[in-house]
Design a protein around this ligand. Structure first.
Ligand SMILES: [Zn+2]
Ligand SMILES: [Zn+2]
Length: 176
């Protein structure tokens, strides 16, 4: 495979037990389907419950530019924000691969971690209140809003478990 940015042949490298393809010239990395999720989960198990479907909402996509094509199948890549981070990643709609420029992987992981650690439970509850208000009073709520609620619910769950380890002890002892 060739680098979508500088056309150099990508080299196979191992990141957190996952074999990915990296460009030695620009430092960009190509992740085939599910490889980015696997690397994220392997790097920080606290992030493994945060899962983002980058492909389900095409209205959030932006064109990546003429010169960036999928190294796997040559299709045009699209830009999209990775979950709640501010990092724009390039994705292929055909093979579900993801292209990250140099340092974008570390940026994504750092921002996700900050998101979890910095915000407090009352803030999540406040957000949740707003979301629920929108859902009740706005007709035609979007899939995006429903997904945000799902993410916030997961964050609450996580913070409760982190702040009150006893709760997770109790709930993990319950039968499913
Ligand atoms: Zn390159
Ligand atoms: Zn592709």
């Amino acid at each position: 495979m060739k680098c979508p940015k500088c056309d150099r042949t990508l080299e196979s490298v191992v990141i957190n037990h996952n074999k990915v393809d990296r460009c030695s010239l620009c430092g960009g990395i190509w992740f085939d389907k599910d490889e980015l999720k696997n690397v994220k989960d392997e790097r920080d198990h606290n992030l493994s419950w945060l899962d983002f479907d980058l492909w389900s909402d095409e209205s959030r996509l932006k064109p990546s530019g003429t010169f960036i094509d999928c190294p796997r199948d040559g299709k045009s890549l699209f830009k999209i924000k990775y979950g709640p981070s501010d990092v724009m990643v390039d994705i292929c709609l055909d093979c579900h691969g993801v292209w990250l420029d140099r340092d974008e992987l570390d940026k994504i992981l750092k921002e996700l971690r900050e998101k979890i650690n910095k915000e407090t439970l009352p803030e999540y509850l406040k957000d949740l209140g707003e979301e629920i208000k929108d859902l009740i009073f706005e007709p035609g709520n979007s899939k995006e809003e429903l997904r945000n609620i799902a993410i916030i619910m997961k964050l609450i769950e996580y913070r409760l478990a982190a702040q009150h380890p006893k709760i997770s002890e109790i709930t993990s002892a319950l039968p499913d």
